[in-house]
Design a protein around this ligand. Structure first.
Ligand code: FAD
Length: 460
């Protein structure tokens, strides 16, 4: 018997329930990845994610070859390609991970119907892409949680499934045609500081994090200069690490670092269960609707300055330049740049979310869109009128100016607080450095925000 395993956002061999189930049910499996033409057609070239994906596929293929198999790659419509491979190999079952976006849910339904028409079965496995499947914990009266704290309480009380080891052997039929793996070196527009991808790299990073970073995470997670977060997000996004395994290994030792870190992993599951229940939240306001976002030339010019890291507020610009250089941004940077765009410039969160999705290596519909909504005050937000003041944020999270000096060479030589307030420099020195002045006055922006939201409580 032959079974197909369709890999999507789960590009690993360790703790992979669909692969384990397929190996238990069949003598031979076809590990398949389809380069989905529908994703290419969305107009998001996202070279950073393409590059990371190329690393992940190469690593998956290498891992399979060590186990006597190999990865089969096809391109086109996922449903058509899976059916074709199933027909070519005589497979009776297809195994895959359940996923949450509207697109993924529709794809799963189409695939199930198409396979059933040929007498084949689709087996969907939960707890692969997230630690807890959407819907596994719910409030009494709704299909999903809209507030994090009660979700976290229930999520934490779950024991979860056991972690599966990687299979020793993966026997693959010999005569299945495969395209060549995509090559990272052929891609253009990749951020120069992009981290490498792949399961082996993810496992190395996880081990180093558990050994050296986790214990001190609680006190340092927001410190921009320290850069002491795990940077596991791209591995969780591509599934080169299993979220179940990460939660269990991190939680094992206990302590404040582990607690704080596991709480962040629960945020990931939280946003996934919101999106699974409300797929339209990827583009429509989730809870509170705001329709007075700024449009027109001035807003467009300010947004362009924001994208390029030229707003004149150093901590905002540093974060946006980190994004461009690394394809990744510190969470505190994501929060304050999102607040700056949506609450200080009063530009629609979708504009910012799109820019992030173009560059982020961990760019993820659930986490990106719903965090943007959270920051903009349209989503699962308990403090929609809170505005993050970039100067207060800089003083608190980059007190030494380390982060700004790292990412803004124009300001690298400045001492003390001036690095966060370069407009205090003499005019000639300012001009010599070539760093722009602030594009917006914060007090004026606050008045605009309060007016737009009909509130006098907008706090800086
Ligand atoms: P750590 O601090 O080490 O946290 C560990 C893991 O927990 C992360 O890898 C991530 O999987 C999860 N996590 C942490 N914070 C959050 C959060 N707020 N929401 C959901 N999961 C979280 N994360 C993405 O993975 N993809 C995105 O596209 C994304 N877009 C964001 C956009 C905005 C506007 C904001 C405010 C946050 C966004 N985040 C996103 C969440 C968070 O910023 C990143 O997950 C985190 O910075 C990744 O770095 P890390 O792995 O070092 O995190």
């Amino acid at each position: 018997q032959t079974a197909v395993v369709l890999f999507t956002s789960d590009l690993r061999l360790h703790d992979h329930p669909p692969l384990c189930a397929a190996l238990a049910a069949a003598d031979r499996v076809v590990p398949l990845f389809v380069r989905d033409e529908a994703i290419a057609a969305t107009g998001f070239p996202a070279p950073n994610r393409q590059a990371f994906l190329a690393d992940c596929l190469a690593a998956l293929d290498a891992g399979l070859r060590e186990r006597g198999g190999r990865l089969v790659v096809r391109s086109g419509d996922v449903v058509e390609q899976v059916c074709r491979v199933a027909t070519e190999t005589g497979a009776t079952e297809v195994h895959m991970a359940g996923d949450v976006s509207g697109y993924a849910q529709r794809r799963e339904e189409r695939l199930e119907r198409a396979l059933a028409a040929d007498g084949r079965a689709l087996r969907v496995h939960d707890g692969v892409v997230t630690a807890l499947a959407p819907g596994e914990v719910t409030p009494a009266s709704r299909d999903h949680f809209a507030v994090f704290t009660p979700y976290f309480r229930k999520w934490r009380a779950q024991h979860g499934r056991g972690v599966r080891s990687a299979p020793r052997r993966v026997p693959v039929p010999e005569d299945v045609r495969s395209e060549r793996l995509p090559a990272r070196r052929r891609l253009s527009g990749v951020s120069p500081g992009l981290a490498p991808g792949g399961e082996q790299e993810g496992r190395r990073r996880l081990a180093a994090w558990l050994r050296d970073g986790l214990a001190s995470y609680a006190g340092r997670q927001d410190d921009l200069g320290d850069d002491a977060t795990s940077r596991l997000s791209p591995h969780l996004h591509f599934g080169t690490l299993s979220p179940v395994e990460v939660v269990q290994r991190a939680g094992r030792g206990g302590g404040p670092g582990a607690e704080a870190f596991v709480r962040q992993l629960a945020w990931r599951d939280f946003h996934h269960q919101v999106l699974a229940a409300r797929p339209a939240a990827s583009r429509e306001d989730y809870r509170t609707h705001h329709d007075r976002w700024r449009h027109g030339r001035a807003a467009e010019e300010e947004t362009a300055a924001w994208r390029e890291g030229r707003t004149g507020y150093p901590v905002v610009d540093a974060a946006l330049r980190q994004l461009r250089h690394e394809g990744w941004m510190h969470n505190r940077g994501r929060l304050l740049t999102a607040s700056f765009l949506t609450k200080t410039l009063y530009v629609d969160w979708r504009v910012g979310a799109r820019h992030f999705l173009e560059l982020l290596v961990d760019g993820d519909i659930a986490n990106n869109q719903l965090n943007w909504q959270w920051a903009a005050g349209t989503g699962t937000d308990t403090r929609p009128n809170r505005v993050l003041n970039p100067l207060a944020q800089a003083a608190r999270y980059d007190p030494q100016g380390t982060y700004v000096r790292r990412w803004i060479p124009e300001l690298a030589g400045l001492e003390g607080r001036t690095v966060h307030e370069p407009w205090r420099l003499a005019a000639d020195e300012r001009a010599a450095r070539g760093y722009p002045g602030p594009i917006v006055d914060l007090a004026d922006a606050r008045t605009r925000f309060e007016h737009a939201r009909g509130t006098g409580r907008g706090r800086q």
